[in-house]
Ligand binder design. Structure first.
Ligand SMILES: O=C(O)[C@H](O)[C@H](O)COP(=O)(O)O
Ligand SMILES: [Mg+2]
Length: 307
């Protein structure tokens, strides 16, 4: 049996101490920073401490900033407006969201056939990115067209449905799941999820995440979805198509081990930085480090990069 090639040994995660020289040395290794959003820059609509100043500092040192979020509730356009509201100028092209990554995959990689449509369990972000790619869709934030308690008469296979796409849907309900289950009983119908984050960090607590919106369908059908958010490299490929990304000078900054840090490690980026303002806890980071799956370094919060 071919011997399993052990992953290249990775040093244990190191907490940056906040000494100016150590932080400067860390920052100076990179010319591009890929930033996760929820749990790194903000929690919901609350900006985390010193985020604006930190991003300004990095930009003043000539660093390229790219924003890579698994949160599919907003399109890139709407994220650009969210940044603007916080006084952070970010162009749409600097933002890569899982809704965008999924819509691009459906239209340009899988090439959905003409006359087919997509059923959505999710919010405006998915709908707006599907619209931008010219992909017909229904469900999502739109009414189903019949009272929820009549779903039994309406659910089941539908030859016009080419895929079910799930994302974070804060108004998910039994009728939506029943409709999606009906479509997925046809094995030809694709099952896509924007991302599989189990939880969503907001208001200082964890709420159900996008992965918890797709999990019931996996339980019903025995099928796992194909996902296009981190740690899938679909977004890394989108970023590389857009920018000449020198991975040997790029750092991924995230709050979640099994999405952000895994995305950076799998993507072969030079560095990974975890922050403790979102999902992963310090002991989880250290335990992951023992398995060679931890970040290179970590901080209590992004603002600590200011030293
Ligand atoms: O449930 C979700 O979709 C995720 O928790 C959330 O939106 C992650 O967003 P990110 O941290 O990738 O910006
Ligand atoms: Mg996050």
């Amino acid at each position: 049996m071919a011997s399993e090639t052990a992953p290249p040994s990775r040093a244990a995660p190191r907490k940056l101490t906040g000494k100016k020289q150590e932080i400067d040395d860390f920052i100076d290794q990179f010319d591009t920073f890929l930033f996760d959003c929820d749990g790194v820059l903000w929690q919901g609509d609350v900006l985390l401490p010193k985020v604006v100043e930190t991003l300004e500092m990095l930009r003043s040192r000539g660093k390229k900033l790219v924003f890579v979020t698994n949160n599919s509730t907003k399109s890139r356009e709407k994220y650009s407006k969210k940044f603007e509201k916080f006084g952070i100028p970010v162009k749409v092209d600097e933002i890569f969201g899982s809704a965008y990554s999924t819509a691009v995959a459906i239209s340009r990689v899988y090439q959905i056939p003409k006359g087919k449509r997509v059923f959505v369990i999710g919010e405006e972000g998915i709908e707006e990115e599907l619209d931008a790619e010219g992909i017909p869709h229904f469900g999502g934030t739109q009414p189903l067209g019949f009272p929820d308690d009549e779903v039994a008469e309406h659910c089941g296979p539908d030859p016009t449905v080419w895929a079910v796409v799930t994302g974070l849907d804060r108004k998910i309900n039994y009728a939506k799941l029943a409709m999606a289950f009906g479509f997925l009983q046809d094995p030809e119908v694709h099952f896509f999820a924007t991302n599989f984050d189990s939880t969503f960090p907001t208001h200082g607590k964890l709420l159900p995440g996008a992965g918890s919106c797709s999990a019931p369908l996996t339980f019903m059908t025995g099928r796992g979805p194909t996902t296009f958010g981190k740690p899938s490299q679909a977004m890394m490929e989108s970023i590389e198509r857009k920018y000449t990304l020198d991975k040997s000078k790029a750092c991924m900054v995230g709050d979640r081990l099994n999405t952000d840090i895994k995305f950076g490690i799998k993507g072969g980026l030079k560095g990974t930085l975890a922050v403790l303002t979102g999902v992963s806890k310090e002991h989880e980071i250290l335990e992951a480090g023992e398995a060679g799956e931890g970040p290179d370094v970590y901080l209590d919060c992004l603002g600590d990069l200011l030293g």
